[in-house]
Design a binder for this molecule. Structure first.
Ligand code: SAH
Ligand code: SF4
Length: 423
């Protein structure tokens, strides 16, 4: 979502400012920040520290902090780091041009939640487009999982109107986009208004977007198990444009931990969703997030997570050590594991998950796949792209490629990607 937000912020200032390659040439530096785990949040301060020489040399230079760290820490950021000129929360990006043009030395602090105004002012017309482009369709969250800062930093759940999203997708497709990645902290809770003023869900929205001729692939992330409704599950079987991929974070396989996390589903209910999906799309690529070392996680709880992982067999996944976040409910539970215990569990889990990813990728060897090219690889004649199962893919071509879409025959599967030959 921060990639999408950064693109939108660049678009809002494109009439008055040019993008430069290095901070050394800039009159304004904008840092878009993430607050989800402590490590990401702390990185912001060390990054800003690097600008002190530039600020001394260029009196005009403005350092602006955007994103969830700005929202969470507010004025305290200005006190802790004097190099910051202004801070702007995730729902106020429409005001960025005013901040950049403001010649007073005022330190602006914009932290209101005004999603509707934000999206209507940002508009649906897009200048920055790539073959796979992000579109935020939903923001914020009302679920309050006990470990998570999102409801505090992004605000209450908000869905954009279907027409606004359709126009944005259409605008991207006019500029070469062939795949949209629909974004939301709780994307499958989407409930926007369509052009007849009727509420539609995510399945309804995807059906609308699928009418855009130039759009070939649609995917969405991140979904919550509680909102994985039958309409959406069925659409995975029925829609030709919906990618056979689902990122559905389970976080833990232990029912006690899930309860303390306030996730409001059990491991059995999660497995039932997976079962339904696999009945519709047997080779669907399933992905999840995991947190290890949540306060009070016993060896048995961790074993329950491993058991669930072994049962599901994920195609890919993201796993994290629990990180304490101020203001969240879990931060008040006094039963922390040591860093060593958390590291050990993370390592064990990742080993199993990596093996599963490799096994999933191996089922593609010998198959013919279509790949959307995302850029050049490490070697001169190398390209990288993605499949509709969201696997990274690498291939070589000695001829310059005129297209951004190719067909490959998969020759081997690595842990993290597929290797293919051009057909
Ligand atoms: N809405 C999504 C997740 C959004 S946050 C969901 O409910 O599944 C992205 C991921 O960051 C989460 O899935 C979780 O695994 C991780 N995360 C969030 N807060 C965390 C914390 N305090 N410590 C460690 N990981 C965390
Ligand atoms: Fe955070 Fe996701 Fe839980 Fe919302 S549902 S509080 S975004 S982890």
């Amino acid at each position: 979502m921060n990639v999408y937000d950064s693109e939108r912020m660049l678009e809002t200032v494109s009439k008055t400012h040019n993008q430069v390659k290095s901070p050394n040439d800039a009159d304004a530096i904008l840092l878009n920040t993430c607050h989800i785990r402590e490590k990401a949040a702390e990185k912001v301060y060390s990054e800003i520290g690097k600008f002190s020489d530039l600020k001394r040399k260029n009196k005009k230079l403005k350092v602006i902090v955007a994103g969830c760290v700005a929202q969470a820490e507010g004025n305290a950021m200005l006190q802790r780091q004097p190099l910051i000129d202004s801070i702007i929360g995730p729902q106020m990006y429409q005001h960025l041009p005013d901040i950049l043009l403001d010649e007073s030395k005022k330190r602006n602090v914009l932290l209101d939640f005004n999603e509707q105004e934000k999206f209507s002012k940002l508009g649906a017309k897009r200048n920055i487009a790539s073959i796979s482009s992000f579109i935020t369709i939903q923001e914020g969250c009302d679920k309050f999982c006990s470990f998570c800062v999102v409801p505090f930093t992004r605000g209450a759940e908000y869905s954009r109107s279907a027409q606004e999203i359709f126009n944005e997708a259409d605008s991207l497709c006019q500029k070469g986009c062939k795949e949209v990645i629909l974004l939301g902290q709780n994307v499958n809770a989407y409930h926007g208004i369509n052009k007849n003023n009727k509420q539609i869900n995510l399945a309804g929205l995807i059906k609308e977007l699928a009418k855009i001729n130039k759009l070939e692939r649609i995917t969405y992330t991140t979904s919550h198990p509680r909102d994985m409704n039958d309409d959406l599950i069925e659409l995975h079987e029925d829609s030709e444009k919906l990618n056979p991929y689902l990122h559905l974070p389970v976080q833990s396989g232990s029912d006690d931990i899930l309860k303390n996390m306030n996730r409001k589903y059990t491991s059995k209910q999660y497995l039932e969703i997976i079962d339904k999906l696999r009945k519709k799309v047997p080779n669907i690529a399933l992905s999840s997030d995991f947190i290890v070392g949540f306060p009070g996680e016993t060896k048995k709880d961790f074993q329950d997570t491993l058991n669930l992982v072994k049962e599901v067999k994920f195609a890919q996944s993201y796993s994290f050590k629990y990180s304490r976040r101020i203001g969240t409910k879990a931060n008040r539970i006094n039963c922390m594991l040591t860093e060593e215990e958390k590291n050990e569990r993370l390592q064990v889990l990742q080993m199993v998950l990596n093996k599963q990813k490799h096994s999933y990728n191996k089922t593609f060897v010998g198959k013919r796949i279509e790949v959307f090219i995302k850029g050049k690889g490490k070697k001169d004649n190398q390209y990288r792209g993605t499949t509709k199962w969201m696997q990274s893919t690498i291939f070589e071509s000695n001829k310059h490629l005129e297209t951004n879409k190719v067909n490959l025959k998969v020759k081997s599967a690595m842990d993290n990607c597929l290797l293919g030959d051009l057909i």
